[in-house]
Design a protein around this ligand. Structure first.
Ligand SMILES: Nc1nc2c(c(=O)[nH]1)N[C@H]1C(S)=C(S)[C@@H](COP(=O)(O)OP(=O)(O)OC[C@H]3O[C@@H](n4cnc5c(=O)[nH]c(N)nc54)[C@H](O)[C@@H]3O)O[C@H]1N2
Ligand SMILES: Nc1nc2c(c(=O)[nH]1)N[C@H]1C(S)=C(S)[C@@H](COP(=O)(O)OP(=O)(O)OC[C@H]3O[C@@H](n4cnc5c(=O)[nH]c(N)nc54)[C@H](O)[C@@H]3O)O[C@H]1N2
Ligand code: SF4
Ligand SMILES: [Mo]
Length: 735
């Protein structure tokens, strides 16, 4: 039967609505859903490839078991039985501290995973928890945790109303935005300019985003914290700090702290002329509203947490925090499943080998190889990876790859035999995106408008759904073996939540009968029942009858293009969970890192050449290179180098260069362009598909190089444990 279904795209944070035409049970066409409340028809070249991904012959349809180094298909029963048996052996011999898990990026893009991962982590009972967060946004969690009391209290730029956008280290023309869900970010950016506002982009490269802004400010990689603090310094010096709503004592301390960071003092470090810094400070102060927004380029650097903090300090001292046109806190329609505690802190425990502090219950992925390689109690022997590819995406990747082969046992939940899962003893494939339903538990909390959107699966899954895969692994981790009934476990967990809700004083269902609530959730698949509970208990929810016109999953099902709840509203008082009840403008845990920044500024001996990464519109981290339409055409994995540097080194367009860092070396095609600052070179990340044992035929035909062979796992932002992936000192030579 021919039909049209609507589905949220799970490939990036823009979460566009897709319209999928199905003819004879096959996808005929995918285009943007013109009626979608957030994306209004916008789609990027990746969105329509959910078809190719679904039909990819390399996508695994059954579990795989590795024998004598080769993977063979296996049944689900055999796969889980093997995992349970080896789990028991390893934990009996070495205890739970020998267990580890790595969680990759798509976990936050799928409903099954956002619901199923936490219980699995808890059941494992190990401190060896790693995720892509420590090669990404961990600095933002740390600065938000200390400033606003909770690591998920992340303000987003109010793109649709701001008069002035200062954007650092983000390239939404390629990435479509991050920690800022805004389908058609380029269109929203153009609208700022069309209504007379201004967009300023700070980036070592003249990216497409920079080229489409009012001005591009080139900056030396890794120096944003200094630039931002210089802006704050100018605002104080010129008496332009807006003291309203900011704790006055804290303002005085802040003023004292930024005294050394004058535009002149930091100019050698940032490469930004003092007059320009002063002009930007004046512009922000003069704008009717302004939003400062920093992303990957400000996070994956040595001073990641300091820059993340400085971004929100700047928003706060200019009166732009929590006001329309400034930086605001989204209000998702669903309730969180876990209570929000006060007293955010990091370092509740340390990693075994390097003594690195825990952050958000995780350890830095930069130290995962250390923990696998180093003998002793707590050495990792059993690793689960879910939706990740750390062999391409984490620093010192070659070393990690070798370490993985030393494990006693490894399980990967992944649709592909990729560069990482090729090391797994068992690979468990989840269904394709078109075979699963979706509601965005993550990105509705980071969206520039409040909205809700649910999509049913377009096709019935042929294998196990990922929620069940995760529940089965949870049961194994709880010692219940391979045959435990996943339904029983899911039912018990739902019952616990319902009981919590009826016994909580501030819930719309206080005192109600749990059986009645469970009954109202019906017999939908488990993820839908959890979701319905979270929606109905939420601030817009129907409260199971308490607010009959309120939100429920049924209402979302009847709204295939989503429901728009309007622009963000001020709600700082509601989100603040700091001990003082105020924004903590100068948390000691963060400002204690300022002397390190001051030292780096004083040292001022810029390395000759530093390496940064880049993202490309037709990629999604490491995993869309197996789609022909996305990789065809000109070689994209190139070393970008400024003409002056190229001439000095003797590099020629289309020739090759050897790039060496302190820890690795590779050879890559050269692209000469004045879009990149002098002294900086760039290699895109996510490539390097030439490793034996992976099964990605298209990707292997255009492998590119893995830039994480060059990034150094010993270099981290000490406050967040985040890897330093930008600003890597390198030498470049012909060859
Ligand atoms: N040098 C450098 N390194 C970087 C970055 C950088 O800018 N520069 N960026 C960093 C960032 S921001 C991130 S987020 C990380 C990403 O790092 P990872 O999360 O480790 O890598 P991905 O490429 O996103 O891996 C996604 C994997 O999930 C699989 N997958 C896709 N959909 C599903 C699904 O529904 N279920 C399951 N189980 N698996 C699925 C894919 O097959 C793929 O193998 O990389 C980081 N690494
Ligand atoms: N097409 C596509 N979209 C994606 C992804 C993808 O791989 N491909 N990945 C998704 C993921 S997981 C994430 S986290 C987001 C990331 O989304 P963005 O943060 O927008 O990521 P990038 O496009 O890498 O842009 C980072 C920019 O920072 C610049 N930069 C590097 N070092 C510095 C520095 O020290 N200072 C400053 N100011 N700038 C610097 C780089 O030149 C680059 O232009 O994108 C998501 N969207
Ligand atoms: S912008 Fe992101 S969410 Fe939208 S279609 Fe492209 S990949 Fe999908
Ligand atoms: Mo990311």
């Amino acid at each position: 039967m021919d039909r049209t279904v609507f589905r949220t795209c799970p490939l990036c944070e823009a979460t566009c609505g897709l319209e999928i035409e199905i003819v004879d049970d096959r996808v005929k066409r995918i285009r943007g859903d013109r009626e979608h409340v957030m994306s209004a028809g916008f789609i990027c070249p990746k969105g329509s490839t959910l078809k190719q991904l679904h039909e990819d012959p390399d996508r695994l349809q059954t579990p795989m078991i590795r024998e004598a180094g080769v993977h063979r298909p296996a049944s689900w029963e055999e796969a889980f039985a093997l995992i349970a048996a080896r789990f028991q052996e390893v934990t009996e011999q070495h205890g739970r501290s020998a267990l580890a898990i790595y969680l990759g990026n798509p976990n936050v893009h799928q409903l099954d995973n956002t619901l199923g991962i936490r219980p699995l982590i808890k059941a494992l009972g190990t401190k060896n928890i790693f995720s892509a967060s420590t090669v990404d946004q961990m600095p933002k969690h740390v600065s938000s945790g200390y400033m606003f009391g909770h690591p998920l209290n992340i303000p987003v730029p109010d793109l649709d109303r701001t008069d002035y956008l200062l954007m650092l280290g983000a390239n939404p023309y390629e990435s479509n935005g991050s920690l800022c869900t805004a389908p058609d970010f380029p269109g929203r950016m153009a609208a700022i300019r069309a209504r007379g506002g201004k967009v300023v982009v700070v980036d070592p490269r003249r990216t497409k985003t920079a080229a489409n802004a009012d001005s591009w400010i080139p900056i030396r990689p890794g120096s944003d914290a200094a630039f931002l603090l210089a802006l704050v310094n100018v605002l104080f010096a010129e008496g332009k700090v807006d003291a309203e709503r900011v704790n006055l004592d804290a303002l005085e301390s802040l003023k004292a702290l930024v005294i050394p960071f004058t535009p002149e003092a930091v100019a050698g470090f940032t490469g930004i002329p003092p007059a320009l810094t002063r002009r930007i400070a004046d512009e922000i102060a003069a704008a009717p509203s302004a939003a400062v927004y920093g992303r990957i380029g400000t996070h994956t650097v040595a001073f990641g947490t300091l820059s993340s903090w400085a971004v929100d300090v700047l928003n706060a001292v200019t009166g732009n925090l929590d006001r329309p046109g400034g930086a605001m806190f989204p209000y998702p329609a669903h309730v969180g499943l876990h209570r929000r505690g006060r007293n955010f802190s990091t370092g509740r425990w340390q990693s075994r080998v390097r003594g690195l502090p825990e952050v958000l219950g995780e350890l830095p992925v930069s130290t995962m190889a250390d923990e696998i390689e180093t003998p002793g109690e707590g050495q990792i022997r059993f690793l689960i990876t879910v939706a990740g590819n750390p062999v391409l995406t984490t620093p010192d990747a070659g070393r990690l790859d070798a370490a993985l082969s030393e494990l006693d046992f490894m399980v990967s939940v992944d649709p592909y035999l990729n560069e990482t899962s090729r090391r797994a003893d068992v690979v468990l494939p989840p269904p394709s995106a078109l075979e699963r339903s979706h509601y965005d538990l993550s990105f509705t909390g980071l969206s520039v408008r409040d909205y809700a959107d649910y999509s049913p699966a377009a096709f019935q899954a042929t294998g196990l759904d990922e929620f069940t895969i995760l529940v089965k692994l949870t049961a194994i981790a709880l010692g219940m073996g391979a045959d435990a009934d996943p339904d029983q476990l899911a039912a018990a967990s739902l019952m616990t939540l319902v009981q919590q809700a009826v016994s909580s004083a501030d819930s719309p269902v206080t005192g109600r009968d749990p059986a009645e609530i469970l009954g109202a959730l019906g017999d939908r698949p488990w993820p839908e029942r959890f979701l319905d509970l979270m929606l109905r208990l939420g601030h817009r929810g129907d409260g199971f009858g308490a607010n009959p016109d309120g939100l429920s999953l049924a209402l979302l099902e009847a709204s295939p293009h989503g429901i728009d709840f309007g622009p963000l509203e001020p709600r700082l008082d509601q989100v603040l969970l700091t001990a003082s009840g105020q924004v903590d403008l100068v948390p000691e845990a963060i400002t204690s890192d300022l002397p390190r920044l001051a030292e780096a500024i004083a040292a001022e001996s810029p390395d000759d050449l530093v390496l940064i990464g880049r993202r490309q519109l037709r990629s999604a981290n490491s995993w869309l290179h197996n789609v022909e339409v996305l990789v065809k055409g000109k070689e994209r994995c190139t070393l970008q180098v400024n003409p002056d540097d190229a001439a000095r080194i003797g590099l020629t367009e289309g020739g090759t260069a050897t790039v060496a860092s302190a820890i690795g070396k590779l050879t890559v095609a050269v692209e000469i362009t004045d879009d990149i600052s002098r002294g900086v070179v760039s290699i895109p990340y996510g490539w390097g598909h030439s490793l034996e044992g992976a099964r990605l035929a298209v990707a292997a035909s255009r492998p590119g190089v893995n830039t994480n062979i060059l990034t150094d796992s010993s270099q981290i932002d000490p406050l967040s444990g985040n890897a330093v992936l930008n600003g890597i000192p390198v030498t470049v030579s012909v060859g």
